[in-house]
Write a protein that binds this ligand. Structure first.
Ligand code: FEO
Length: 396
C-alpha cells in the first residue's frame, strides 16, 4: 500500500512523518515528531526533489515506484545533503541508475563522502546549467549556503511559482494529513514549533538567511515546499516576514525571560521575587529552570523576547553545567539585540556571574543592565532593594 498526495496534476508529495523519533539530529527533543518531505514531478521528464530519512525510506521508495510506474526517473534534485534528506539517495540511484543528480559541486562532494558513490558521470552541475527544462516546467536554482549547510541550494519552478526551499521555512512536527499550512491555524503553539526549528537549525546563520531572502524576493514565489513541515500556498508573507525578523535577531515581543540554575531552590527563589516585581511593573515574564527544560526550547523563547536574565549558582567554581550549556547555545547562535541581567549565587566563592558575563560579551549588539546581584547561599531581606533595582532597570 503506497501513500502520497497529489498537489497538482503532475506534482506529488511523497514525504513521510516519524513519530517514534525522540531526538532530531540526536540532539533536539521532538515530542511532536517530524516530517521528511520529498516531491515528485511527472512532466515529460521526471524529477524527484530530495529523498527522506532512513526511518521512512521503505515506504518512500514504494510511493516513488508506484507513481513512476514504468517511467524512469530522469533527475534527482538534491537541494540539501544532510542525511535526513539524503539517506535514500543510494537506493533511488540503484533503482533508477540513469537518473542525473542535480546539485551544487559541494553537494556532489558530500554525497560521495557520505554514501561511497561516484557521481562524476551523473552530476548535473547547476553552475554549468542554470536552468533545467522538464517539459512544461522549467526549473532554476539558487545557492543558499549555510541555510543550513554550505552545499544547500533551492529550486524554483517557473511555471507554478513553487519554491523547493530545502530546510528553510520548515518546522518540527509530524503531519497528520494536514500537509498545507492553511489546513491548520497558525497559532502560538505552531509558531513556537517553527521558531524552535529555525532558532536551533539555522538560527546561527542570520546573515546567510538574509542573503537568501534577498535573492528569493525577486522570484515571485507562490508556493513553498520545504523539507520539513507544511507546504505554504497562502499567506506566504507571514512566514517570510517571520524569517526576516528572526534572521535580523529582532525580538517578536517585549518581555523578560528569566533562566535560572538552582540546586536547592535559593537562586530560584530570588528569580521568583524578581518575576513578581516585573509582573507588578506590567512586564511579561517567562521563567525556565535550565535543569528542567531542554535548551532548544529556552533558546527559541530567548529569540522571541528582548530582555534576558541569567541566574546561576556557582558549581565547582564554575557556572552550573546546565546553565553553561544554555549560554554556549546562546553564544553559538549569535543572539543579538537583547538586554541582559546577571544573578549569581555562591556560598563561599561566587564566581558564576563574572563567567556568565564574559561568555555573553563574545556576542555583539547586546547590552547589560547596570545592576547585578550576588547571593551568598540565600537571598537576604536587605537584598530586596537590589532585586527591585534590577526589576526597575529591566522594566524601563
Ligand atoms: Fe533537514 Fe539540514 O536537514
Amino acid at each position: 500500500m503506497e501513500s502520497y498526495r497529489k498537489l497538482d496534476e503532475d506534482l506529488f508529495y511523497v514525504g513521510f512523518s516519524d513519530r517514534r523519533i525522540e531526538l532530531f539530529e540526536n540532539l533536539y527533543p521532538v515530542p511532536e515528531g517530524v516530517s521528511y518531505n520529498s516531491y515528485l514531478l511527472l512532466d515529460k521528464k521526471t524529477a524527484l526533489f530530495d529523498t527522506v530519512d532512513h526511518s521512512v525510506s521503505e515506504k518512500f521508495i514504494l510511493s516513488v515506484k508506484e507513481l513512476l510506474g514504468k517511467r524512469k526517473l530522469d533527475y534527482l534534485i538534491v537541494n540539501h545533503v544532510e542525511p535526513d534528506h539524503s539517506a535514500t539517495i543510494k537506493e533511488i540511484l540503484m533503482a533508477y541508475p540513469n537518473a542525473k543528480v542535480v546539485c551544487t559541486k559541494q553537494a556532489k562532494i558530500l554525497i560521495e563522502q557520505f554514501f561511497d558513490l561516484n557521481l562524476t558521470e551523473k552530476h548535473f552541475d547547476i553552475d554549468a546549467n542554470p536552468e533545467l527544462v522538464l517539459g512544461s516546467h522549467t526549473l532554476t536554482f539558487a545557492k543558499t549556503p549555510m541555510v543550513h549547510w554550505p552545499e544547500v541550494m533551492v529550486t524554483f519552478d517557473k511555471l507554478t511559482g513553487t519554491l523547493f526551499s530545502a530546510d528553510a521555512f520548515g518546522s518540527f512536527g509530524a503531519l497528520s494529513g494536514d500537509i498545507y499550512a492553511d489546513d491548520i491555524v497558525f497559532d502560538a503553539e505552531i509558531k513556537e514549533m517553527y521558531r524552535r526549528y529555525y532558532a536551533n537549525i539555522v538560527g546561527k546563520f542570520g546573515n546567510f538567511v538574509q542573503n537568501a531572502l534577498s535573492s528569493l524576493a525577486k522570484l515571485g514565489i507562490k508556493r513553498i515546499c520545504p523539507l520539513h513541515g507544511r507546504i505554504w500556498r497562502k499567506n506566504l508573507g507571514e512566514l517570510i516576514s517571520l524569517y526576516d525578523k528572526w534572521s535580523k535577531y529582532e525580538a517578536e515581543e517585549q518581555g523578560v525571560v528569566i533562566t535560572y540554575a538552582s540546586i536547592y531552590g535559593n537562586t530560584e527563589f530570588a528569580c521568583n521575587v524578581l518575576a513578581n516585581e516585573l509582573a507588578c511593573h506590567g512586564v511579561k515574564v517567562k521563567m525556565f529552570d535550565v535543569s528542567k527544560t531542554d535548551s532548544s526550547y529556552i533558546l527559541s523563547t530567548i529569540m522571541k523576547y528582548d530582555r534576558i536574565v541569567f541566574a546561576s549558582v556557582t558549581h565547582n567554581l564554575n557556572i552550573f553545567p546546565k546553565m553553561e550549556d544554555l549560554l554556549n547555545e546562546v553564544v553559538q547562535h549569535n543572539i543579538q539585540n537583547k538586554t541582559f541581567a546577571i544573578i549569581e549565587n555562591g556560598s563561599w566563592a561566587p564566581t558564576a556571574g563574572g563567567q556568565m558575563k564574559n561568555k555573553l560579551l563574545a556576542l555583539k549588539n547586546n547590552n547589560f543592565i547596570e545592576t547585578s546581584l550576588t547571593i551568598k547561599s540565600a537571598l537576604k531581606n536587605e537584598q530586596l532593594e537590589v532585586i527591585k533595582k534590577i526589576s526597575d532597570e529591566l522594566a524601563r
